[in-house]
Design a protein around this ligand. Structure first.
Ligand SMILES: [Zn+2]
Length: 433
């Protein structure tokens, strides 16, 4: 047995075991080997870490990030993206296949695995492309992508407009039991739209993306999943109508799950004021009533999980006319702190609920060995200081992308240690590679 680590004196919040209480954890060989209200071990080969007044949770699991490699290293690299994740308590991430070229064959999955291995930080899982080149014309070779390690399939960034192709994709993927992650925006309804079709788009003269562009797309995929028995996961839900559709689908036994991003939970179209390109994203930020519906969605379980849709961009991608700016938010940095500050501290959701929807449920949904700190589980752990205060400064991001609408916000609560397979990978903001 290798070196043992004893984490002592913290409160463990682990919804997978329904624990929110004092627990000591003993770690060896990358796993949790014992867990009890109090463990007293006086042996030389045990390193004791005193975590009084801290909270231990299973490391967060983010199913939707863009790491831009290969092809766009100026925007992000796998190493920098994984560094940002580790620095902020996220120990497993799934990267989306809209790289250049797209992840549409097994060699690309191998390439990404190699990069993640080199980085030696958290766990990285790859989402393979649904169609070749993400062009929406032809299926990729799912079996070989899965053999290489693809955990799900998506053309994220694009909606698969061809209904017949999508019908076949659902049918084809059923025996593989892999999720089809759908970026639901009907492209003809989005057109050249750049903002929600509300007050701000109209006074600013911006081309609009109506709510129905999303809900129509969700409706079609929901019905195709129902007809084929396919496993549908809806990426980044943005509006109330979609939440209603998903509720209906779940009530009718359709295999559907859904995610929401921190920015759609915390912001509205108001952020567009002053032609703020940092608030430009797809789907767009919508109205306060939509935001409330999304919050209600996570409270009721209609929306299953939180995922960041981390979309790092270069400065010049955002430092331009609103119409020309890139869509997306660099989100791995501070995501956990923002959710603690804006949702947990005000009592909108409990810490248990946050851990459940940003660690336990995403891991279970994707079938990843994460999201629990039960005896025998992989020791992927985040240690939180719920009282630490800070101000968001995008210049201090670990990600290469500094494009955030949250700059200057005060936060309360942050991860102060991150363990991956029992190894300390971050302490007080310092990341060990
Ligand atoms: Zn997307």
């Amino acid at each position: 047995m290798g070196k043992r680590i004893l984490l002592k004196g913290a409160i463990l919040v682990d919804p997978s075991q329904e624990i929110n209480d004092y627990r000591d954890l003993l770690i060896a060989d990358g796993k949790i080997i014992d867990i009890a209200p109090s463990l007293e071990i006086y042996e030389d080969d045990v390193e004791v870490i005193d975590l009084e007044e801290k909270v231990i949770i299973p490391g967060m699991v983010d199913l939707h990030v863009h790491l831009r490699e290969p092809g766009e290293r100026a925007r992000e690299t796998i190493e920098d993206g994984l560094t940002a994740a580790i620095a902020w308590g996220i120990t497993s991430v799934c990267c989306m296949p809209n790289t250049l070229p797209a992840v549409d064959n097994y060699m690309m999955v191998e390439y990404i695995k190699g990069k993640a291995h080199q980085a030696n930080l958290g766990h990285l899982y790859t989402v393979g492309a649904l169609t070749k080149g993400r062009a929406g014309q032809e299926m990729t070779d799912y079996a070989s992508l899965i053999d290489a390690g693809a955990v799900a399939f998506s053309d994220d960034g694009n909606y698969v407009d061809n209904g017949l192709l999508m019908w076949n994709i659902f049918k084809y993927l059923v025996p593989f039991r892999k999720l089809v992650v759908s970026h639901c925006e009907d492209s003809s309804l989005v057109g050249k739209g750049v903002a929600h079709d509300g007050y701000y788009a109209s006074v600013m003269g911006l081309k609009e993306i109506p709510r129905v562009a999303e809900t129509v797309a969700v409706a079609r995929d929901t019905l195709l999943a129902q007809a084929t028995g396919g496993n549908l996961h809806i990426a980044h839900v943005s509006c109330a109508g979609t939440v209603e559709w998903i509720r209906w689908a779940k009530e009718n036994g359709i295999k559907i799950t859904a995610e929401v991003t921190p920015h759609h939970l915390l912001l509205t179209e108001e952020c567009l004021e002053g032609f703020n390109t940092m608030a430009k994203m797809r789907p767009p930020l919508r109205s306060e009533s939509d935001r409330q519906a999304l919050l209600e969605g996570i409270r009721t379980g209609v929306i299953d999980i939180i995922a960041t849709d981390h979309a790092p961009h270069k400065w010049e991608d955002k430092d331009c006319l609103f119409e020309e700016a890139a869509f997306g938010v660099s989100s791995l940095d501070y995501a956990v702190s923002l959710l603690l500050t804006e949702l947990v501290h005000p009592g909108i959701i409990s810490l248990d609920e946050l851990v459940n929807i940003y660690s336990c449920k995403p891991a279970a949904l994707m079938g990843l060995p994460a999201g629990t700190l039960c005896k025998g589980a992989v020791a992927d752990i985040a240690v939180l200081d719920l009282h630490a205060v800070d101000t968001i400064d995008s210049n201090k991001f670990y990600s290469r992308g500094r494009n955030t609408p949250f700059d200057g916000r005060h936060i309360k609560g942050k991860p102060v240690m991150t363990f991956v397979e029992g190894e300390l990978k971050m302490k007080d903001g310092k990341v060990f590679k």
